[in-house]
Design a protein around this ligand. Structure first.
Ligand SMILES: Nc1ncnc2c1ncn2[C@@H]1O[C@H](COP(=O)(O)OP(=O)(O)OP(=O)(O)O)[C@@H](O)[C@H]1O
Ligand SMILES: [Mg+2]
Length: 274
């Protein structure tokens, strides 16, 4: 279905993603883990064509999407909707209009300028919001909602595109545990019920284990692990994160970085950095 072949992204001398190869042969829920700077976001951005690859190919059902331009590229971006840590909603706009923004790629500029949406689209937006348990918030401004609710609005906006793939870049990194759970459950349900592939950059190991069928570990731009959650032992996780023996399973990549920074600072005799 989706095949990523030796995908590479260089920024000057720095290689953010280094010959990443990934084969997804059927709809799946995949978690990508790795410490900060491992290349997780860059990989998703290349898949969505927000960033161009320096080398390598992305094939979707045999079609090379790396080479798409103009309208074909936009059509691909509709097929693989992206969700971000910061929701990227229009805060002062009402929830349902935010969701309708998901149809932007296939609407005329004129209709967009005048905020004209077909009734059928409005009904569908409400239906999707209902499915995500937030239909009652439809008329409210997006900024009036909690983080978890806002992220569900972003998921609804993505679903409005009827995408084959959902790419989520740390969708729960700014949420409290309760909201994080609701959002991950929503993504899981979208995979289970609709058969959409969800590829999710995740901050914590336990989230990846709990919600994903397959976990991909990245380190220094390379894919260093690709397997089942059960194969993700503490030893493997330590390899992926490049962490020491004090590595804790519950730690997030940020916590590991902070830990490393404080250890480095302590070694130098300086005050720890938090
Ligand atoms: N636009 C850019 N210009 C230059 N370097 C970049 C750019 N985007 C990313 N990088 C670099 O590429 C590497 C990978 O970054 P990326 O954001 O993909 O990592 P990440 O795994 O998503 O990290 P985080 O967990 O912090 O989100 C980093 O070294 C980063 O500094
Ligand atoms: Mg990132």
């Amino acid at each position: 279905m989706l095949r990523i072949e030796k995908l590479t992204k260089r920024f000057g001398v720095n290689t953010a993603v280094d010959a990443a190869t990934l084969d997804i042969d059927k709809p799946a829920m995949i978690g990508i883990i790795g410490r900060s700077g491992a290349g997780k976001s860059t990989l998703l951005r290349m898949i969505n064509r927000l960033a161009d690859a320096s080398e390598g190919r992305i094939l979707f059902e045999g079609r090379d999407v790396t080479a798409l331009r103009g309208a074909a590229r936009r059509a691909w971006q509709s097929d693989c909707a992206m969700i971000f840590q910061q929701f990227n909603l229009v805060p002062r706009m009402d929830v349902v209009s935010n969701v309708l923004h998901g149809t932007l790629n296939r609407r005329s500029t004129l209709a967009t300028v005048f905020n004209l949406y077909p009734t059928a689209d409005i009904h569908r937006a409400i239906e999707i919001l209902d499915r995500l348990g937030i239909a009652e918030h439809a008329p409210k401004r997006a900024e009036a909602l909690s983080g978890g609710q806002q992220q569900r609005v972003a998921i609804a906006r993505a679903l409005m595109q009827d995408p084959r793939i959902i790419l989520a870049d740390e969708p729960i990194a700014s949420l409290d545990p309760m909201n994080a759970q609701t959002v991950m459950e929503a993504l899981r349900r979208i995979h289970d019920e609709d058969g959409r592939t969800v590829i999710c950059n995740l901050h914590t190991l336990d989230t990846a284990r709990r919600y994903c069928d397959r976990v991909v570990g990245m380190r220094d731009g390379r894919i260093v692990f690709d397997g089942l959650p059960a194969q993700l032992t503490t030893g493997v996780a330590r390899e992926i994160y490049g962490a020491g023996a004090d590595f804790s399973e519950a730690a997030t990549s940020t916590e590991i970085d902070t830990l490393d920074a404080s250890i480095r600072a302590a070694r130098k005799g300086a005050a720890p950095v938090y």
